[in-house]
Design a protein around this ligand. Structure first.
Ligand code: BG6
Length: 467
């Protein structure tokens, strides 16, 4: 059975706070708050007096040492987080990086190494420098590729030999499903569908250029891309429902299909034609996609959805994409359908689709309104969620899936991506901060923290005994 690293995840934009400290520039995530509908509104520059939970959040920037110590005590083998692009290139337009921003990450990576926690670093997790977005209008503009590459090369050179695993983009298919939150300016485009797919193409080109640069600078390191995924089930055996589920699935997977296989999948040709999309793809782009492939595919898994071609069914929620409710599943308060078996189905599906290509699960967890009772948090629902999902991950490992790492979401409570709030909590560690900005940022380990610590310990023991 493959050796899998067990760890936890978070992202810079959702956890660091310190949003303009030590030279960091404003990034697009800093301009989103819970009162705004992210799906349709343009990013407004924050005004004096506006309150944005992410500007402070759980304040990892000032609690980094404490949080890493808690990770070590929990026995984490790896820690997946992101670097903030705007902390390193404050506007995204300059040629020289912000040394103070890099120094923060120097300390973080050194501490990870000291604690023997493998850092898995995402270069862009739901953020890009705000000025870059304002100047270019987002990823439809090729200047974003140059800026991203400058940033990637700076990081690869600085952390050569220290970081072994990189992820270029978090949920790279967000460009299709949640474009504004990742810097795709659909709101300012006359043709939003064209904009989304052209921007996605540019993000893929940026990904491949980063792969090429990493091979040159630090050939020992490994680099992957990440996709948001959850299998799509047909609501019934009606072939029309099966076809519909297949179409939605393809829309979700065409980016990973392209990056793993080195070319756009055959089915995208008809899709583009029927949707009036005219992609500008140069022969150089095609070569890049063919020649500079990722080493592993990472994914987030929170839920599955069902799909139907027109049958009466209630809509369901979910991470990035909804569908319709599956009558066999329970759901969270936010309508995300809980499906532990789905994680095994997903892993096997991807292993099959990509010929047992290396995979990583870098997000999996449950958002809930945790309650503090006498200084303790009894989050048995989170323990249930993790236990049942991890059982199925173990099954998938027995099935022979090549899983490099599993990092649950999230280590500490942080600002939710879709709602912008602290109150939708995912952490193993509670952070005393509410949606209105009240709180001490004190850390309290939840019951799930201790449960996960024991789980990792048991896994380690079991692996010692296994051949
Ligand atoms: C993923 C993102 O989409 O889902 C995370 O990569 C995010 O950044 C997570 O936090 C959970 O979503 P939400 O909206 O509940 O925070």
């Amino acid at each position: 059975m493959a050796k899998c690293l067990w760890g936890a995840a978070m992202s810079a934009a959702q956890a660091e706070g310190a949003y303009l400290e030590d030279g960091k520039g404003l990034d697009i995530f800093d301009t989103l708050d819970q009162s705004r509908d992210r799906a349709v509104k343009r990013f407004p520059r924050p005004k004096e007096g506006d309150y944005y939970p992410s500007h402070v959040g759980p304040d990892f920037y000032h609690h980094m040492e404490e949080d890493l110590r808690l990770m070590k005590e929990c026995g984490l083998e790896c820690f997946r987080t992101s670097f903030s692009w705007a902390r390193i290139f404050p506007t995204g337009l300059e040629t020289e990086p912000n040394e103070k921003g890099l120094q923060f990450y120097d300390r973080m990576i050194d501490l990870c190494r000291q604690y023997e926690i493998e850092p898995i670093i995402t270069l862009s997790h739901l953020e890009m420098p705000y000025e870059l977005f304002e100047t270019t209008g987002g990823w439809e503009d090729q200047r974003c590729i140059d800026s991203f590459l400058r940033y990637a090369v700076t990081v690869f050179e600085r952390y050569k030999g220290k970081i072994r695993y990189y992820i270029t983009f978090n949920e790279i298919n967000c460009t299709i499903h949640f474009p504004l939150i990742v810097g795709v300016g659909v709101d300012r485009s006359e043709n939003p569908v064209q904009c989304k797919y052209q921007a996605t193409h540019h993000v893929m080109v940026a990904n491949c250029l980063a792969v090429r640069e990493l091979r040159r600078i630090d050939p020992e390191a490994r680099i992957g891309a990440m996709t948001a995924y959850g299998p799509v089930y047909p609501l019934t055996p009606d072939p029309k429902d099966v076809k519909k589920a297949e179409e939605v699935e393809r829309e979700n997977l065409f980016v990973s299909d392209t990056l793993v296989r080195g070319h756009y999948p055959y089915y995208m040709k008809r899709f583009m034609q029927e949707n009036g999309i005219e992609l500008k793809v140069t022969p150089e782009d095609e070569e890049l996609i063919r020649d500079w492939r990722i080493d592993f595919l990472a994914m987030s898994y929170y839920n599955t959805n069902a799909e139907t071609a027109g049958k009466q069914a209630q809509a369901s929620g979910g991470n990035l994409f909804g569908g319709v409710k599956n009558p066999y599943l329970q759901e969270t308060e936010w309508g995300w359908q809980i499906d532990p078996l789905g994680i095994r189905i997903m892993l096997n599906k991807l292993a099959e689709r990509y010929d047992n290509f290396p995979l990583m699960i870098v997000e999996n967890g449950i958002g809930a309104r945790d309650v503090v009772e006498n200084g303790e948090i009894h989050d048995e629902y989170r323990i249930d969620y993790l236990r049942e999902h991890l059982k199925q991950v173990q099954e998938a490992l027995h099935d022979g899936v090549n899983l490099l790492a599993y990092t649950m979401w999230s280590f500490i409570d942080l600002v939710s991506a879709s709602g912008g709030k602290m109150s939708k909590r995912y952490g193993l560690v509670y952070v005393d901060r509410d949606d209105e900005g009240q709180g001490t940022n004190r850390r309290i380990c939840k019951d799930s923290y201790y449960w996960y610590r024991d789980y990792i310990r048991e896994r380690r023991e079991a692996e010692k005994d296994s051949p």
